[in-house]
Design a binder for this molecule. Structure first.
Ligand code: C2E
Ligand code: CA
Length: 423
């Protein structure tokens, strides 16, 4: 089947039981060549686009879903890096192969940016693409490509979510943040789950987007904050003065009254204002929207602490860091886990740390998954750490027991021996 999508050259061929592949490259010849290479490797369900804009409109209008996207980085108008940022924004869940004639470091940087957006990067290929390299990549990575049907977790209609919010079916899980130098538990991040009556415990990936798209995010945020303050008060009363972190998708908030609401709620709880820190995802700042800046500035005026979440996942932060006085930077887990074995990751990690220090902000390494990550973060002089190695998110009732276990583990983690070889 031959189909013209716009004024650009686009071909779609469909067959059953084949990966649906989107190829994006501004050079018609390179595009044809790549599609021919896929053909020879036995793939023929392809859509060809000559620009990122065109590819994006196909993805956004939902007419087609793709299992794999191969994208050239060097394109006029929307380049590959920008295209990848949009893929992250729309939550593309298939595989991604990045292609470029630029030097290898550009490809590696683009790969890291894509991974930071939680995209599934199967590999990077130097242009001109060699068929055997492409074949090898597809062979070794095929198992990582899940079809959109498999990948798409069940989502829920907005009215069901509204009902869940109104009837107390949202539950906060809590993940501790610890002081890297002393091991002290300093704070705890609230991570919301939905206790669904039929489907069990649902993760945020299954409902946050619906909340954002249907103006339910303000209600959800207020519910999470209320529960977190309630638990924080109980912890404080037991002698555990934990700071609670709340996730705030700043660009999706609809009402400007959030700063007043937060201040009022903290006041009512009887806790000091410093008990609350709001984690604002870095990618929510890139549009520099006036309502977002208004909310952030007023939160600061009310002495509510602010943290930049997922730092490093996009590249619009330097101006924002200057404009908005954040108290804390959370370095994206992509640049933390495995950084001890990867010089590019550790370079980005160390640069983020240095930037935060220069600006007088606290640093948090997220995604500390194993002992190697822990030792690396400890040697780097980062202030706080968070991740599965320390603790997975848990119910409020489990925190006291976890703290007791953590105190036992500290004897090993902070022994002289564990720092040998570290600088
Ligand atoms: P986030 O704020 O970046 O939260 C960190 C996510 O990474 C959490 O996933 C956490 O469980 C997971 N995580 C923690 N340590 C590790 C680790 O060592 N390795 C790995 N691989 N993952 C780790 P979760 O709970 O599924 O939340 C996902 C995202 O959903 C959060 O990302 C946040 O953006 C959003 N979210 C969670 N709770 C809320 C909420 O109350 N409100 C809003 N608006 N968004 C929320
Ligand atoms: Ca967070």
């Amino acid at each position: 089947m031959l189909r013209l999508v716009s004024q650009y050259f686009t071909i779609s061929i469909y067959r059953e039981n084949q990966m649906n592949i989107l190829l994006v490259d501004d050079e018609p010849f390179a595009l044809k060549l790549l599609s021919r290479q896929f053909n020879l490797l036995g793939y023929d369900k392809m859509t060809l686009c000559e620009s990122g804009h065109q590819a994006l409109s196909l993805l956004e209008n939902g007419l087609q879903e793709f299992d794999l996207i191969c994208c050239d980085l060097q394109m006029p108008e929307m380049d590959g890096v920008e295209f990848v940022r949009h893929l992250g924004r729309i939550g593309y869940s298939g595989g991604l192969i990045l292609i470029s004639g630029e030097d290898g470091r550009v490809l590696q940087t683009a790969r890291m940016l894509a991974k930071a957006q939680h995209l599934k990067v199967l590999g990077v290929l130097q242009k001109p693409v060699a068929s055997e390299v492409l074949g090898q990549l597809l062979q070794t990575q095929a198992s990582r490509i899940v079809t959109p049907v498999q990948a798409k977790q069940k989502t829920y209609p907005a009215d069901e979510l509204l009902w869940a919010i109104s009837n107390g079916h949202l539950v906060n899980y809590y993940q501790p943040k610890v002081d890297v130098a002393t091991g002290a538990v300093t704070g705890i991040e609230a991570l919301v789950r939905w206790q669904h009556p039929d489907d069990g415990l649902l993760l945020p990936a299954q409902f946050i987007r619906t909340a954002e798209e249907h103006e339910l995010i303000d209600d959800l945020t207020k519910t999470v904050l209320a529960s977190a303050l309630h638990e924080a008060k109980l912890w404080h009363d037991k002698g555990l003065p934990l700071q609670v972190a709340i996730n705030i998708p700043i660009e999706h908030l609809n009402s400007l009254d959030l700063p007043d609401y937060v201040a009022r709620m903290v006041e009512k709880s009887g806790l000091p204002r410093s008990t609350v820190i709001l984690e604002v995802p870095e990618n929510g700042l890139i549009n520099n929207s006036l309502p977002s800046l208004d909310i952030l500035a007023r939160l600061r005026l009310k002495r509510i602490f602010l943290s930049i979440d997922d730092f490093g996942s996009c590249h619009a932060s330097l101006t924002q860091l200057r404009n908005i006085p954040f108290d804390e930077i959370k370095i994206n887990q992509t640049f933390v886990h495995g950084a001890s074995r990867d010089t590019s990751l550790s370079a980005i990690y160390m640069a983020s740390l240095e930037l935060a220090r220069q600006l007088g902000m606290k640093t948090v390494a997220e995604g500390v998954e194993d002992r190697e990550d822990w030792e690396f973060v400890r040697a780097s002089g980062c202030d706080l750490a968070q991740g599965y190695f320390i603790a997975k998110p848990m119910l409020a009732a489990e925190i006291a027991g976890w703290i007791a276990d953590w105190e036992d583990r500290q004897r090993d983690l902070f022994s002289e021996r564990s720092m040998v070889g570290q600088t």
